[in-house]
Design a protein around this ligand. Structure first.
Ligand SMILES: Cc1ncc(COP(=O)(O)O)c(C=O)c1O
Length: 406
């Protein structure tokens, strides 16, 4: 975001005041790249009557069978410290989940319960990144992943997907391979992708794995949206093709599939032999997720399949509404995403996504995420979360049309 945008939005004044004098914090924090998505989100919240589809979460509350399991656990006294990498019941339930939904055999000593998908990302990066290491990140990408790399004082090399009108987002695997240098420690991929909804194909996963294996490079694969797919029930996973010895961390979360964003629960799958390292980091970090909440997560895995199907079917219906409306507005460019609950689109004649998102807030009380928050390649794009009721979806589309007239 430019300085003038900062001034318009009136954010970061505290930071500016702090860095004008000598900041008492580590220098890295005055150098962090701005998070334009978070800034715009906060700007939207200052407006009464705002309809915010800027954040990545569904509007359904956590189902009762999950909340009841937490309540029961609390009543049963599951309120003490638990093992740092998760209660045995949840680690076992996750192993069963991989067997039943993915047809994979992942032993519990490779599964680590975490206080959110975000925490899983930080644990994986802390385990493998030294200061100055290079991370190749396939973009567009959720900004927090880039922030996590910055906090590790590693260097990000962005490799953008290509957007081809009429075809959608495509992955040129050679561009990724060409970006690798002797300093590359990690390849970071989000599949299905937030914000584009692009999903890696099995042959691409295999090729990246083989390439990384041959060079001793780590892969961190964020598969948080693996169940939010519109065909087939789940996306292809790196775990489908990896051996237990591969340098691979897979990040996942209860947030999206089970409507549990506020619970802060996720998990990490690591290679054989990674358990002690991840335990050490988690022990000195936050000592693991809340005990009672882990019983709720186990209930989510055990009984959550019909809920996932119900949510995905509602979101598919909303995606149909979005596609229908966008078809009738020749200024909007978007191909139907295969997965996730995001519409990531571009508007002809609107190259500046910050100014368009601000106008949408000011003139139509609609808050969307500006594309430039997702990497260098996404200047003119906007992300709209469609995991809301049909009524809110229609309201949002009307508001959008007020500003983006066909
Ligand atoms: C790609 C991706 N990874 C991880 C997360 C974080 O999930 P959690 O709520 O479990 O921290 C998100 C949330 O939006 C996401 O989009």
């Amino acid at each position: 975001m430019s300085t003038s945008d900062n001034t318009i939005l009136n954010f970061r004044d505290d930071n500016k005041a702090m860095s004008a004098s000598k900041s008492p914090f580590r220098s890295i924090f005055s150098e962090l790249s701005p998070n334009t998505g978070a800034d715009m989100l906060r700007y939207g919240w200052t407006k009464p009557g705002i309809l915010s589809l800027a954040q990545g979460e569904g509007s359904m509350k956590t189902p009762d069978f999950i909340a009841d399991a937490a309540y029961k656990a609390m009543q049963d006294g599951k309120t003490f410290y638990a093992p740092v990498l998760g209660i045995p019941e949840l680690r076992q339930e996750l192993s069963t989940y991989y067997a039943q939904v993915f047809g994979l055999s992942i032993p519990t000593n490779r599964i680590f319960c975490t206080s959110s998908g975000t925490t899983a990302i930080h644990l994986a990066m802390t385990a493998v990144l030294d200061e100055g290491d290079e991370v190749i990140a396939v973009t567009p990408i959720w900004k927090n992943l880039l922030g996590a790399i910055e906090i590790m004082q590693a260097k990000t090399v962005q490799v953008p997907l290509d957007h081809i009108e009429g075809k959608g987002w495509t992955f040129d695997i050679n561009k990724l391979f060409d970006a690798v240098t002797v300093n590359t420690k990690v390849i970071l991929l989000v599949t299905p992708s937030n914000p584009t909804g692009w999903v890696m194909k099995p042959h691409e996963i295999k090729e990246v794995l083989e390439f990384a294996r041959a060079r001793g490079i780590w892969i961190i694969a964020d598969e948080v949206y693996s169940r939010i797919v519109y065909e087939g029930g789940r996306s292809a996973s790196f775990l489908d093709y990896a051996t237990p010895e591969d340098r691979l961390f897979v990040v996942n979360s209860f947030s999206k599939a089970y409507a549990m964003t506020g619970w802060r629960l996720g998990w990490l799958v690591g290679p054989a032999g990674s358990e002690n390292t991840i335990r050490d980091i988690a022990l000195y970090d936050n000592m693991g997720p809340p005990t009672y909440a882990q019983f709720a997560a186990a209930a989510a895995l055990r009984h959550g399949e019909p809920f996932i199907k119900e949510q995905v079917s509602l979101w598919k219906n909303n995606l149909d509404l979005v596609m229908d409306r966008f078809k009738s507005n020749e200024r909007i460019i978007m191909e139907r995403p295969e997965a996730t609950f995001y519409a990531f689109f571009k508007v002809e004649g609107e190259p500046d996504c910050m100014s368009l998102s601000k106008r949408l807030i000011d003139d139509a009380l609609l808050s969307l995420a500006p594309g430039c928050a997702f990497g260098k390649c996404c200047e003119g794009w906007l992300r709209m979360c469609f995991a809301v009721s049909e009524q809110r979806m229609l309201d949002a589309l009307d508001r959008l049309e007020k500003v983006v007239k066909p």
